[in-house]
Design a protein around this ligand. Structure first.
Ligand SMILES: Nc1nc2c(ncn2[C@@H]2O[C@H](COP(=O)(O)OP(=O)(O)OP(=O)(O)O)[C@@H](O)[C@H]2O)c(=O)[nH]1
Ligand SMILES: [Mg+2]
Length: 397
């Protein structure tokens, strides 16, 4: 009888569970992103579903307006560099996705070109640069949001001076043949004293920057407490966009074990660290200094990955994930991505741009939370939808 009742509950009433695989090269900020997600305020229910055919939907009108405004600002920027200071310094997040495809209206693109003898920024054909709705632009202050796991909450509210160590549940996957549920827990957190003081101060300053979509009374784990992942960190969330969500943050150095998760995941969040200058150039031009920094640093992190290394990893994961599984690339920019830099980011990352409706690209910053909510808002509802009707979006354009 009990099993019958539980079966009925599981089938009709229990929230859908979505397993998200969080991968990317070593030290690109995956665990930091997971920590940020823990303190981000999400909605419990699904979000507005964008109907691409409905030109009159308020969401699309908002997009058109945002695009017009953006192009006007681009023109002004080109005309006078002094105007740059009046632009917003940062945006909460943008998503490029084949799913929200709207061809630009002809009249819009022509107005931009005629007035100024300047060519508008080329956009990849059929792609939309989608800004987050304005309601996300300020940190959310709703007080009625229930918390997730109680234990998570306790950890976040610990005072900064606490000596308590573990806040990340890490699972050693090297000898396990299957992913969760967790079988072994180890600690990845160590006291911040192992980092040089100057570095700690810099990281603290970084974290004191504006925070986006932070849950009331929450504070993110300091960077200094985030250690390299040897195994897998499991993030469990009771309700994000109406789904029970498990996030599997698998360490970058164990990338040959990622494949164990491919079959069981419902969505992939690939973190790609974006920097103006490729690490490869920086390393070769400044080898001595890098060596010195490595010696100073007690952290046992490998050197940051080059663009090429990240692309190879990305390609490998993409090839092995079924096309109907939502795949979001989180372009992690450690400097808060500013308004003016978005276009250069998109241009220099063309190979990362989505080719399927189930793929998207989002620029963000795990340190400040910029873009994090937008990313999850795209990923989770789509993963839920795909679980129900897997073939709906898997057709190639
Ligand atoms: N300034 C800044 N530093 C960051 C940010 N995200 C991560 N970091 C730093 O980068 C370090 C590495 O980040 P992790 O989140 O551990 O990277 P990871 O991808 O999980 O690395 P592995 O576990 O080795 O695969 C952190 O300890 C932070 O010091 C960010 O948004 N801004
Ligand atoms: Mg990690």
């Amino acid at each position: 009888m009990f099993s019958l009742a539980s079966g009925v509950y599981q089938t009709y009433m229990a929230p859908q569970q979505v397993n998200v695989l969080l991968v990317g090269a070593s030290s690109v900020g995956k665990t930091t992103l997971l920590e940020r997600i823990k303190v981000t305020q999400f909605q419990k229910q699904g979000v507005v579903v964008v109907d691409d055919d409905d030109d009159d939907s308020p969401f699309l009108q908002e997009l058109y307006q945002a695009k017009e405004a953006e192009e006007e600002e681009e023109e002004e920027l080109q005309m006078s560099s002094s105007l740059a200071s009046s632009l917003p310094t940062s945006l909460p997040g943008r998503i490029v996705s084949r799913r929200r495809v709207v061809e630009p209206r002809r009249d819009e693109s022509t107005t931009t070109t005629t007035n100024n003898n300047t060519t508008p920024t080329p956009r990849p054909k059929g792609l939309w640069v989608c800004p987050s709705p304005p309601k996300y632009q300020n940190a959310v202050t709703d007080a009625d949001e229930e918390e997730e796991e109680e234990e998570d909450e306790d950890e976040r509210l610990l005072p900064e001076t606490t000596t308590q160590t573990s806040s990340l549940e890490t699972i050693d996957i090297r000898n396990n043949s299957t992913p969760p549920p967790p079988t072994k827990t180890t600690t990845t957190v160590s006291p911040p004293s192992s980092l040089p003081q100057q570095q700690q101060q810099q990281q603290q300053q970084q974290q004191q920057q504006q925070q986006y979509d932070l849950k009331p009374n929450s504070r993110m784990l300091p960077f200094a407490k985030i250690r390299p992942t040897i195994g897998m960190n499991l993030g469990q969330f009771k309700n994000i966009y109406g789904a029970k969500c498990h996030i599997w943050d698998v360490g970058g150095r164990l990338h040959n074990l990622w494949e164990r998760y491919y079959e069981d995941c419902d969505a992939v969040l690939f973190v790609y660290k974006w920097e103006e200058e490729d690490v490869e150039n920086r390393n070769s031009s400044n080898k001595n200094e890098t060596k010195k920094n490595e010696d100073d640093d007690d952290d046992d992190r490998p050197r940051p990955p080059t663009r090429q290394e990240q692309k190879v990893l990305l390609q490998t994961v993409r090839q092995n994930i079924p096309k109907d599984v939502p795949f979001l690339i989180f372009l992690h920019s450690w400097q808060s991505p500013t308004y003016e830099r978005y276009n250069s980011i998109y241009r220099s990352t063309e190979p990362l741009l989505p080719t399927l409706p189930t793929q998207a690209l989002c620029v963000g910053n795990a340190g400040t939370g910029q873009g994090v909510r937008a990313a999850m808002e795209w990923l989770l509802p789509l993963a839920k939808q795909q679980q129900r009707a897997p073939d709906k979006l898997s057709v190639e354009y």
